[in-house]
Design a protein around this ligand. Structure first.
Ligand code: HEM
Length: 329
């Protein structure tokens, strides 16, 4: 519970900071310096970490045992689990990134009648998938603040997202799904004792941060209205590198923006980097063609060896003096 407490305290402090900054009228800091600064940290940090991973040597194919590799013609190959070519790898990566395929195999373990019993556990996969897809929808819809004219696909996405036309303004399905999934994943860490046991502050923190960001956004849309024209001026100003210092869009907007900036800074420092890491994962992105090609370590340097014959030539006299047998006189 201590780790959860640390995260909650951190988020409460983060919620208070922008309110204080707005009260002190530090609008240039809130609406210009901070967003640009946070984006710079995000981009540089992201690139740095990806480059660091990219430098790790991967001399050989790392194969997984989940599927039959390509071998003899009469043995059926599993071309998605153990692909031997580029298209198979693209298929495996796409299924992993779009559908979290390996998480689908997640299993739960329980002790029943003093024996461990393993069973299917799909909840983590389901809520994980819903969280990521709804977040993508929300972010794509937000593009309407950044571009003018608004691209037709953004309007189409918003129309699809508000399909049921519930409430005024329309309640977006992605908002509902996101809140549900993030709450479920958060409660999983708090309620399940086994998961709580290994949860650290950095596990709770991003979920709380995302929940508060979405919460403040939903409050802005449905309860405390903000001046969206000012928001659009601000966002298009950032994109065109002619930022406008916006005053008084509202405390909720200050909180929303500040939390987004925190997330951007936190991103490269944390496990959220799995977004970049998945592309560099050798068990996903390397074709298993070990039986088709001989892989040689490209860094194998020629090694200077000292053969037994050379050794004997060097020490023959001493060996004979010591009474040791020699192969050649
Ligand atoms: C990680 C990034 C972000 C997340 C997760 C997020 C989340 C949300 C959510 C869930 C809503 C509720 C309504 C909707 O879905 O459109 C919302 C609304 C809003 N967000 Fe964000 N947001 C993010 C970034 C931003 C940024 C960078 C801006 C600055 C332009 C912004 C400005 C707004 C505004 C003005 C609203 C109210 C929209 C309305 O009244 O229709 N958000 N946000």
């Amino acid at each position: 519970m201590k780790n959860l407490g640390i995260s909650i305290i951190a988020v409460v402090i983060l919620l208070m900071l922008p309110i204080g900054a707005a009260a002190a009228e530090w609008y240039s800091l809130l609406t210009v310096a901070l967003p640009y600064g946070a984006l710079t940290v995000f981009l540089l940090g992201f690139i740095y970490r990806v480059l660091l991973w990219a430098q790790s040597p991967v001399p050989f194919r790392i194969t997984t045992t989940c599927g039959q590799e390509k071998s003899l013609p009469w043995i059926r190959t599993n071309s998605l689990e153990s692909p031997s070519g580029l298209f198979g790898v693209i298929g495996r990566m796409a299924l992993e990134i779009l559908l979290f395929r390996s998480l689908f195999r997640n299993t739960g373990a329980e002790i029943l009648e003093k024996r461990p019993v393993y069973g299917s556990a799909k909840w983590l996969w389901l809520f994980g998938l819903l969280l990521h897809w709804s977040l993508l929808f929300i972010l794509l819809r937000h593009l309407r603040f950044f571009v003018e004219p608004i691209a037709p696909f953004i309007n189409a996405l918003s129309a699809f997202d508000g399909l049921f036309e519930t409430g005024v303004p329309t309640l977006y399905l992605s908002d509902l799904v996101f809140l549900t999934a993030a709450t479920a994943l958060f409660l999983r860490r708090v309620v399940l004792v086994r998961v709580r046991y290994f949860s650290l502050p950095q596990d709770y923190f991003p979920l709380l941060l995302l929940l508060c960001t979405a919460g403040s956004g939903i409050l802005m849309r449905h309860f405390t209205k903000v001046n969206l024209i000012k928001v659009k001026e601000l966002a298009t100003g950032w994109v065109s590198f002619s930022p406008v210092i916006q005053e008084g869009i509202g405390p909720l907007f200050s909180i929303h923006l500040f939390l987004v900036c925190t997330l951007l800074v936190w991103f490269p420092l944390s496990k959220l980097m799995h977004m970049g890491g998945i592309f560099l994962s050798p068990t996903r992105n390397l074709a298993n063609d070990n039986r088709m090609r001989r892989h040689l370590n490209p860094w194998d340097a020629p090694v200077r060896v000292h053969t037994y014959e050379e050794y004997e030539d060097e020490f023959r006299d001493k060996m004979k003096t010591a009474g040791l047998p020699v192969e050649r006189e």
